[in-house]
Design a binder for this molecule. Structure first.
Ligand code: TXA
Ligand code: MG
Length: 310
């Protein structure tokens, strides 16, 4: 996709004035504001209706700027060199002298940070003299947006500007790894955790749901299209949308394929788009065919489970 320089300039101007805008990343779109600004970060929570105990991820383009805010360690550098920029978020110790707004961390002594690889996000971050706090650009508990239209579907005209960077390539949020103390995965996501395990030649633990108190947003309803979801379904009726990954001989009107070639990466990319499409029709519920629980399938299953909590 070509840069539209006037849109980048507009984004820079608004962010410099402590306004929030939506920005594209390779995972999902983010609702971004100056992470050093109380005003901008307050707006993010307000627009998203996000409980203020749920801390934000801060996006950087360089290690130089990060050095003002976080303490780094060897494992961080190793992972950074291998996987950044890209769909991995690191939890690091916050420096006492950091200027990160208190709104971002909710008094925590740690900070979630990420280096996005989307060219527009990189270009934008390179043009600013502050990092960007950016949670996914959706109303709290709802489906994350993977395109400009999705952000509009969430917020209508409430956001000052949406920087259009096309469809997010990965379509799922970043994988979160906690590097304060023994490394732990706190959220499955766009970077397959097997790749991290292979790199370290050890199995890094995934702290999910009940035993994971570090990620408040993870223990309850999330990624929800607002109607009931049933998993591992084999047969449906026409009043419910049916999400599939195996091609059928006959395709009915209520069938929604995440992939027709059993490609789980493609299925992951299509997940939120498909849930949003279904949400905007009049279905009473969603049924999902069994999805293999490996690689991106594991992440899809985890998101669907959270989306189906009653
Ligand atoms: O791919 C992504 O990570 C996207 C794009 C926009 O970068 N962002 C994203 O942000 O998914 P958000 O706010 O929707 O999810 C951030 C998660 C939340 O569950 C939050 O609780 C957790 O990160 N988090 C933030 N700071 C943390 C911290 N210091 N310790 C543990 N978890 C933290
Ligand atoms: Mg989110």
């Amino acid at each position: 996709m070509k840069y539209n320089l006037s849109n980048i300039k507009k984004s820079i101007n608004l962010l410099n004035k402590d306004e929030c805008i939506a920005i594209p990343t390779e995972t999902v779109y983010g609702l971004a504001g100056n992470a050093y600004s109380d005003r901008a970060t307050f707006q993010i929570f307000k627009l998203k209706k996000r409980p203020n105990k749920n801390p934000l991820i801060v996006h950087y383009s360089s290690l130089d700027m990060l050095a003002n805010d976080c303490e780094t360690n060897d494992i961080f550098y190793k992972l950074y060199r291998k996987f950044s920029p890209g769909p991995i978020t690191f939890i690091l110790k916050l420096k006492n002298e950091s200027k990160i707004s208190k709104n971002v961390t909710n008094k925590k002594k740690t900070l979630a940070i990420r280096f996005p690889s989307h060219p527009l996000a990189k270009k934008l971050l390179n043009s600013l003299n502050f990092p960007l706090a950016a949670p996914s650009a959706n109303i709290s508990t709802r489906i994350s947006p993977v395109s400009k239209d999705d952000v509009l579907d969430e917020f209508g005209g409430k956001i000052k500007f949406i920087l259009d960077g096309g469809r997010s390539k990965i379509g799922l949020e970043s994988t979160i790894i906690d590097l304060v103390g023994k490394p732990k995965i706190l959220r499955l996501g766009g970077l397959d955790r097997k790749k991290i395990n292979k790199f370290f030649k050890i199995n890094i633990k995934y702290f999910h749901k009940s035993n994971n108190m570090r990620v408040p947003g993870q223990s309850k309803l999330h990624y929800s299209p607002g109607i009931p979801i049933k998993l591992n379904v084999t047969k449906t009726n026409q009043n419910e949308a049916f999400i599939l990954i195996k091609k059928r001989k006959k395709t009915l009107k209520n069938y929604y394929y995440l992939t027709k070639t059993k490609n789980l990466k493609q299925a992951a990319k299509n997940l939120y788009k498909t849930l949003r499409k279904i949400k905007n029709k009049n279905y009473k519920s969603i049924s999902v065919e069994k999805i293999p629980n490996n690689g991106f399938g594991e992440v899809i299953n985890e998101r669907l489970k959270r989306a189906s909590i009653k």
